[in-house]
Design a protein around this ligand. Structure first.
Ligand SMILES: NC(=O)C1=CN([C@@H]2O[C@H](COP(=O)(O)OP(=O)(O)OC[C@H]3O[C@@H](n4cnc5c(N)ncnc54)[C@H](OP(=O)(O)O)[C@@H]3O)[C@@H](O)[C@H]2O)C=CC1
Ligand SMILES: Cc1cn([C@H]2C[C@H](O)[C@@H](COP(=O)(O)OP(=O)(O)O[C@H]3O[C@@H](C)C(=O)[C@@H](O)[C@H]3O)O2)c(=O)[nH]c1=O
Length: 283
């Protein structure tokens, strides 16, 4: 039976993986941040060398995009330095690493969906530290899958879907930006793809893009959330300049998913269909 370590075991994506785990014949070991701090290089090395894992899914990350701007050191240690150490320990213990990265490694200057080899240029600290984490994996490990994804939401953790449901109940009107375009992704769909890659025991290592199908602005995302959940809150489309945030975000971060679809023979659900499922699961 394949043995898999999941770091960041109490985060959104890790909880989605846990929810699906009974459908797979894997031995999954979830370690929360307090049980296994990925910035503790010695503990990571011990964990990987002592327990004979086949795979590590790194769900641990510093994910607060705005806070990272004033907390750059911490974001760097978790998203970059710790990931480098994790990659080195995986190499030493022959553990395959599945690492999750982000659409925020791109600047947003494209007008067509981003391919894996397109030029990266992060606009903020979060994206930059995630990008450096990616590079360190590529430099230090052969057996890795880096999956860049975007706009994750689910019934677990903190995310845009849950924020909109909360604010929609509390407020009469909400303003949401319509000039940042990407693709919302149901974290359960990503979890399924990750477990599928492990099940296939594929050796097609490398960088992949995965999001749901389709394109939306954050305003479109919020509009569909309110519609599907029956939230009676007026929604106002605004420009990013009218919603100032510490971190600049890409205006276009749609990912091209041709590579992951053809390599692993998967079909990807449309974001609106998946959103509808997530809202049903929340209810
Ligand atoms: N959320 C999104 O919209 C997107 C996320 N991603 C990427 O997907 C991955 C999963 O994200 P998601 O599940 O949403 O994120 P979450 O923020 O829900 O989960 C991250 C987890 O990492 C843990 N963590 C933080 N620091 C450490 C540490 N030093 N050691 C161990 N664990 C730590 C956190 O624990 P604690 O809370 O205790 O600190 C938390 O449980 C991340 O790599 C993220 O960059 C990519 C694109 C979009
Ligand atoms: C809450 C809110 C946000 N917004 C805007 C701010 C921002 O531009 C956009 C998204 O807001 P959030 O801060 O919730 O999402 P953000 O944390 O930027 O989401 C990102 O998280 C990281 C981890 C990723 O990797 C990305 O793929 C992406 O999912 O919506 C509004 O316009 N109105 C609002 O009421």
């Amino acid at each position: 039976m394949l043995k898999i370590l999941v770091t960041g075991g109490k985060g959104q994506l890790a909880q989605c993986i846990e929810k699906l785990s009974s459908s797979y014949q894997f031995e999954l070991v979830f370690r929360s941040s307090s049980e296994l701090d990925i910035t503790n290089a010695k503990k990571i090395e011990q964990e990987l060398s002592n327990y004979n894992y086949d795979y590590c899914i790194n769900c641990a990350a510093y994910t607060q995009v705005d806070k990272a701007e004033s907390d750059a050191k911490k974001a760097d240690i978790i998203n970059h330095v710790a990931v480098e150490n994790l990659a080195k320990s995986c190499a030493k213990s022959q553990v395959k690493l599945i690492h999750i990265s982000t659409d925020f490694v791109f600047s947003g200057d494209n007008s067509i969906p981003y391919l894996e080899d397109d030029k990266t240029l992060a606009l903020g600290v979060y994206g930059q530290t995630k990008l450096e984490g990616e590079s360190k994996i590529i430099q230090n490990l052969d057996q890795f899958f880096i999956i860049r994804t975007s706009w994750l939401y689910s019934e677990f953790g903190n995310n845009f879907l849950k924020s909109m449901l909360k604010y929609g109940k509390e407020r009469e009107e909400l303003s949401v930006v319509f000039d940042q375009v990407g693709t919302p992704t149901y974290a359960m769909d990503l979890a399924e793809v990750i477990l599928g890659i492990i099940q296939s025991q594929s050796k097609d290592y490398g960088v992949y893009h995965y999001s749901n199908e389709g394109v939306a602005s954050w305003y479109d995302f919020a509009f569909n959330i309110f519609n599907l959940a029956g939230v009676n809150c007026k929604l106002k489309p605004i420009r990013s300049k009218d919603y100032p945030t510490p971190a600049k975000r890409p205006s276009f971060s749609v990912l091209d998913k041709s590579k992951i679809k053809s390599t692993f023979q998967i079909e990807i659900p449309n974001w609106q269909d998946s959103l509808s499922k997530a809202i049903q699961n929340i209810n």
